[in-house]
Design a protein around this ligand. Structure first.
Ligand SMILES: *[C@@H]1O[C@H](CO)[C@@H](O)[C@H](O)[C@H]1NC(C)=O
Ligand SMILES: *[C@@H]1O[C@H](CO)[C@@H](O)[C@H](O)[C@H]1NC(C)=O
Ligand SMILES: *[C@@H]1O[C@H](CO)[C@@H](O)[C@H](O)[C@H]1NC(C)=O
Ligand SMILES: *[C@@H]1O[C@H](CO)[C@@H](O)[C@H](O)[C@H]1NC(C)=O
Ligand SMILES: *[C@@H]1O[C@H](CO)[C@@H](O)[C@H](O)[C@H]1NC(C)=O
Ligand SMILES: *[C@@H]1O[C@H](CO)[C@@H](O)[C@H](O)[C@H]1NC(C)=O
Ligand SMILES: *[C@@H]1O[C@H](CO)[C@@H](O)[C@H](O)[C@H]1NC(C)=O
Ligand SMILES: *[C@@H]1O[C@H](CO)[C@@H](O)[C@H](O)[C@H]1NC(C)=O
Ligand SMILES: *[C@@H]1O[C@H](CO)[C@@H](O)[C@H](O)[C@H]1NC(C)=O
Length: 446
């Protein structure tokens, strides 16, 4: 087993840094008088920074969650950070001016992602709703055999455990769930056995832990959107009635009456779109799929006071299965998705003052069916999904002030059709999902 590599691995050290109240650490092996370098561009550093000394180069690596190796050049003070060890291994060259370091796998603390309690049932296409009392309600979805589930469970963040709560009247997948002003959760539509697209809706009462059916929508629909308006009504828009046919109709649920009324129809038939409630109370709908599997770049705004839709400027890129996140500065970030040929890494921002779309930094990975969560500090965490060849465990963070994405560690499981919820303690809870072979009961925290 004698090799230059073994000879070079001389010492190990633990790098520890306190950032605010958090202590971060990782263990690194030092490779003196050597640098990482290879003949092609696959193994370039993902970033190079100038640091005063090797210790600050190690801190720079500790500060970038994707950093797994570094080279510090003494004469130039250049600190090169690498994120792909497969390409660095076997590319250690002698250089008396340089010191290289490897992060020992599994020694980074705290890890970005940690496992929490398992749900009692593996599920995907389900919904997750944060309740006022900090518990998270997970409802419905499909199990590993594709059976539509009516069961629901509650996650308690202080114990990290799940308990079964009341069941819905019918199993449903690809439904919506909206938390109402009085704390109840309204579930609408979805796919089911028997009736492929459901028109029914039901309310979960967190104080009793039970469900009650409420008024039916005029149309059955799945993969539609539901948006809570400022006056408490819930706007449901579009959605599929089967794999090829979608709707442009929209309806409003009045929580005090428990009834639905139709409102203006969208200008475009669409399912697999996103809906975002803006600060002025209007609802922005973007992209999705129209009939004949056409991917849409169009967007429209619902005006709650007139009950009408107005077409606005189109996105730069047609996309479906993307995410939409409202940022603290009021912009809406649209990320990733699929355009019927490619899994997209592009992202764009909608500014409601100008009514225009601007391309922003691209994700490191093209992905659809991922989740997006706006963190308390304003960054947006995207997690999982698929990129066309594989299911993804990777996560990335969008920084609104720089318009750039950085990797944010990996979940323990590659998953799509999962959910992500912001907890009251600021963490993000990811639940369930599948990878086309298995459905998952596991949940993890970022
Ligand atoms: C680039 O270098 C890496 C690591 O040595 C190697 O695995 C890969 O095949 C090389 N790629 C090309 C195109 O030469
Ligand atoms: C969660 O379930 C997985 C299998 O689905 C199992 O490997 C793991 O040990 C479970 N974790 C806990 C905490 O029960
Ligand atoms: C929240 O309410 C539900 C339903 O009453 C209850 O089962 C759950 O334990 C509560 N969660 C917490 C954290 O108190
Ligand atoms: C709602 O529709 C279902 C069929 O989808 C029907 O069984 C039920 O009676 C309807 N409920 C109301 C209140 O109309
Ligand atoms: C919220 O309002 C609805 C409609 O009035 C009602 O059915 C439900 O029980 C209420 N929920 C709670 C928690 O009071
Ligand atoms: C909210 O506003 C819409 C549009 O003006 C209206 O149709 C609906 O009845 C209102 N809802 C409530 C609960 O007042
Ligand atoms: C939106 O556009 C307006 C008009 O150009 C500009 O003043 C504002 O700063 C933009 N908003 C953000 C958050 O960039
Ligand atoms: C999808 O996106 C890819 C990559 O941006 C582009 O090359 C392709 O033309 C797009 N396809 C459609 C149908 O828009
Ligand atoms: C927000 O917090 C995450 C860690 O949870 C961090 O990686 C990210 O850089 C922070 N974003 C900003 C804008 O400070």
């Amino acid at each position: 087993m004698a090799s230059t590599k073994v000879y070079l691995w001389l010492s190990f050290m633990i790098i520890t840094q306190t950032v605010g109240q958090d202590i971060r650490s990782e263990e690194m092996s030092l490779i003196p008088d050597s640098k990482f370098q290879c003949a092609n561009t696959t193994c370039l550093p993902f970033i190079s920074v100038i640091t005063t000394d090797i210790r600050n180069c190690q801190f720079a690596c500790l500060g970038q969650s994707q950093c797994i190796a570094a080279t510090f050049h003494r004469s130039t003070s250049n600190c090169e950070l690498f994120d792909n060890m497969l390409n660095q291994n076997g590319n250690v060259l002698a250089d008396v001016d340089a010191t290289s370091m490897n992060v020992i796998s599994g020694t980074r603390f705290p890890p970005e992602w940690t496992m929490t309690g398992n749900m009692s049932i593996a599920r995907y296409y389900h919904t997750a709703s944060a309740l006022a009392n900090v518990s998270v309600l997970v409802a419905g979805g499909s199990d590993r055999n594709g059976v539509y589930l009516n069961s629901a469970e509650l996650y308690n963040p202080s114990t990290g455990t799940w308990t079964i709560t009341g069941s819905m009247s019918i199993g449903r997948s690809w439904h919506t769930a909206s938390t109402l002003a009085n704390g109840s959760v309204l579930v609408t539509g979805g796919m089911s056995s028997g009736s492929f697209h459901l028109n029914s809706a039901e309310l979960y009462n967190p104080t009793t832990g039970t469900w009650a059916t409420t008024g039916n929508m005029s149309s059955g629909r799945y993969y539609h959107t539901a948006s809570t308006l400022a006056n408490g009504s819930v706007l449901v828009a579009g959605g599929q009635i089967n794999g090829f046919t979608a709707l442009n109709s929209a309806e409003l649920y009045n929580p005090s009456k428990g009834t639905w009324t139709t409102t203006g129809s969208m200008n475009v038939i669409r399912g697999y779109h996103t809906a975002s409630t803006l600060a002025d109370g209007s609802v922005l709908v973007a992209g999705g799929q129209s009939n004949a599997a056409t991917t849409l770049d169009s967007a429209e705004l619902y005006n709650p006071s007139t009950g009408t839709w107005t077409t606005i400027g189109s996105m730069n890129v047609a996309r479906e299965y993307h995410t939409a996140s409202t940022l603290e500065n009021g912009l809406v970030l649209i990320a990733g998705g699929y355009n019927s040929t490619s899994y997209l890494n592009s992202a764009e921002l909608y500014n409601s003052t100008t009514g225009t779309w601007t391309i922003t930094g691209s994700m490191n990975t093209g992905r659809s069916w991922h989740t997006a969560s706006t963190l308390a500090n304003g960054s947006v965490l995207v997690a999982g999904g698929r990129d066309g060849t594989s299911y993804l465990d990777s996560a990335e963070l969008y920084n609104p002030s720089t318009g750039t994405w950085t990797t944010a560690g990996s979940m323990s499981i590659a998953r799509e059709y999962h959910t992500a919820s912001i907890l009251a303690n600021g963490k993000v809870l990811v639940t369930g999902g599948w990878d086309s072979f298995s459905a998952f009961n596991s949940a993890e925290l970022y």
